[in-house]
Design a protein around this ligand. Sequence first.
Ligand SMILES: NC(=O)c1ccc[n+]([C@@H]2O[C@H](COP(=O)([O-])OP(=O)(O)OC[C@H]3O[C@@H](n4cnc5c(N)ncnc54)[C@H](OP(=O)(O)O)[C@@H]3O)[C@@H](O)[C@H]2O)c1
Length: 275
Amino acid sequence: MRMNIRHERISVLGLGAMGRALASALLEAGREVMVWNRTPGKAGDLVARGAREASSVAEAIGAGGLTVVCLLDDASVRETLAPAAPKLAGATLVNLTSGSVRQARELTTWLDEHGARLLAGGIMAVPPTIGTEGAFILYSGARDLFDRAAPVLAPLGRPHWVGEDPGFAALYDMAALSGMYGMSAGADHALTLVQAEGGDVEAFKREVLQPWMEQMLPFMVPDVGVHEAVPDEFNPAMQATGLENILAASGEAGAPTELGGHLRASLWRMRSAIR
Ligand SMILES: NC(=O)c1ccc[n+]([C@@H]2O[C@H](COP(=O)([O-])OP(=O)(O)OC[C@H]3O[C@@H](n4cnc5c(N)ncnc54)[C@H](OP(=O)(O)O)[C@@H]3O)[C@@H](O)[C@H]2O)c1
């Protein structure tokens, strides 16, 4: 028998940078918050603001509401939950720990075997932006669970459900991060290139790179599948030549040239698709 989620009560396992931000936003929103962290001594200011500190994971999970888990990785989640396994029946967990698709699916199965339900999550925010307008959190798992949990979790960031498959929050999270790290790697490469040729890195960053990336951002996410079609105005031959120029400039400057490798393959694929 499943317990109803008591919307006002929520436990947070993990008081790292993100867990603390989550607990803080929930307190700010007036939730009744219980916290637990492996290493003691991190709950002081949260307790001063009204949180209760659990002496064990089982106590936090047994407190009666949702349990938000935000630990380093999947291994730490498993290590933390295993001793509490006998107390999991009827619990509802929301795992906001980053991980893989398979890990989310396997955790769901493991929890199900212990009579607990999981809403898997992916945080699209950093600690200082938790609870702010731009923050959103991906969730996947049973829709009825999401519908009941979303109002409780809303103070963390806009709840966005991405499907019944528990692995999809991780899937979209990792894919979105890949896009972000790709941009970040590109920016880092750009600065390396300018520095290697003796350019003014600060001025380049402020006056060229930043406004250029802002101008181009809407074009970086194509509105068609790259393998299906290319928009009329997109000229892959010109783009491929442009990329070769960047690689040549990088080679001359002694900056890494492997960065654009996957783009090169993708542009060649597009070129042959429209021939
Ligand atoms: N920070 C961000 O910008 C950000 C953004 C999006 C998503 N996330 C995700 O949020 C999660 C937490 O990130 P964070 O920034 O809070 O990391 P963090 O500051 O390094 O905190 C890690 C937390 O995990 C706990 N932990 C580590 N190993 C453990 C174990 N074996 N057993 C029990 N607890 C363990 C730590 O407890 P101790 O205090 O005892 O070490 C701490 O509470 C990660 O999955 C991260 O990918 C973070």
